[in-house]
Design a binder for this molecule. Structure first.
Ligand SMILES: [Zn+2]
Length: 72
């Protein structure tokens, strides 16, 4: 893989199964930390961090895909 962790949009979840994804809503700044293991359970290990970002719906304001994230 050519990319380096936090700057890459296409990390497959299966390669970071022991990590977490920190997501901050772009609209209300609500912050959430998602366990990658749980995301794999829902989306599969071939889903990417980019998929998760786009699918994530903010529990505070229901904004979808409007967020920033990093792998932690
Ligand atoms: Zn929000």
């Amino acid at each position: 893989m050519l990319c380096r962790l936090a700057v890459c949009n296409v990390i497959k979840l299966g390669t970071i199964a022991n990590s977490k994804i920190s997501i901050t809503c772009g609209a209300c700044k609500h912050h959430a930390v998602l366990e990658v293991a749980n995301l794999i359970f829902v989306a599969g290990e071939d889903a990417t961090t980019h998929d998760v970002r786009q699918r994530h719906v903010c529990p505070e304001c229901n904004s979808k895909g409007n967020n920033t994230y990093k792998v932690i």
